[in-house]
Ligand binder design. Structure first.
Ligand code: G3P
Length: 221
């Protein structure tokens, strides 16, 4: 399963690339706005930093506007994947952009019916938001299970990108269900690494080594 970072923050992106082995980045208007930077230079810097797909969301509500924006984004860098919302206008824009060879990540997906339409529109990626479903006492991972079944039944090439991830269990469950990608906030990526028994075990190894060094009078190897 590919892991993407859900962030427009270059410090997080660079650190995640150093040890997290991230395969790409997803952004959205809220994440970009949080950086308080000029949009195009930021987007270009992210694309030049990440060795994989970078999703950038259109900000229009109409298909024509999304198509115009998507064409501009796509010209910025070959890594760009254009994000369009799962609306009628977004699906129309997806068909048009895909027809021009521009990859589209259809986002804000909350049902299997929507995901079916995204695949039929030729989406490169579909982004079901599992955390926001869990937030309203629905079952985000059940949606992933449904989409995986439907896409496998009809051999749709659209990749399932599990988004709105809240904790490591979402990542593990996504991998168990056969999702293609999970996109994680930086804090969740860090949480993937952490385990108390690892910390305890490391401290014990190093303490025992230090005692050996103390008794033998030899520092280090
Ligand atoms: O960027 C898309 C998605 O991952 C955002 O999720 O619910 O954390 O805002 P959320």
């Amino acid at each position: 399963m590919k892991l993407f970072l859900d962030s427009a923050n270059l410090t997080e992106i660079r650190e995640a690339m150093a040890w997290g082995g991230i395969d790409g980045v997803t952004t959205n208007p809220s994440l970009v706005a949080r950086e308080q930077r000029d949009f195009f230079p930021l987007l270009k810097e992210i694309c030049e930093t990440v060795h994989g797909p970078v999703s950038m969301e259109t900000t229009c509500r109409d298909a024509a506007g999304m198509v115009d924006e998507g064409r501009v984004f796509a010209k910025l860098h070959p890594n760009i994947v254009v994000k369009c919302p799962l609306t009628k206008e977004g699906l129309s824009a997806t068909r048009r952009l895909t027809g021009e060879g521009i990859r589209v990540n259809v986002t804000l997906c909350f049902s299997a019916a929507q995901a079916l339409l995204a695949a039929k529109a030729g989406a490169y990626i579909v982004s079901p938001f599992v955390g926001r479903l869990d937030d309203i006492s629905s079952d985000g991972m059940e949606l992933i299970r449904e989409i995986r079944t439907i896409y496998d039944n009809y051999h749709y090439a659209t990749q399932i990108l599990v988004a709105s991830v809240r904790h490591p269990r979402h990542v593990v469950e996504a991998a168990r269900l056969g999702a293609d990608i999970a996109t994680l906030p930086f804090g969740v990526l860090e949480a993937l690494v952490r385990h108390p028994l690892t910390e305890i075990g490391l401290e014990r190894f190093l303490k025992d080594w230090e005692q050996l060094s103390a008794t033998s009078g030899r520092k280090g190897l």
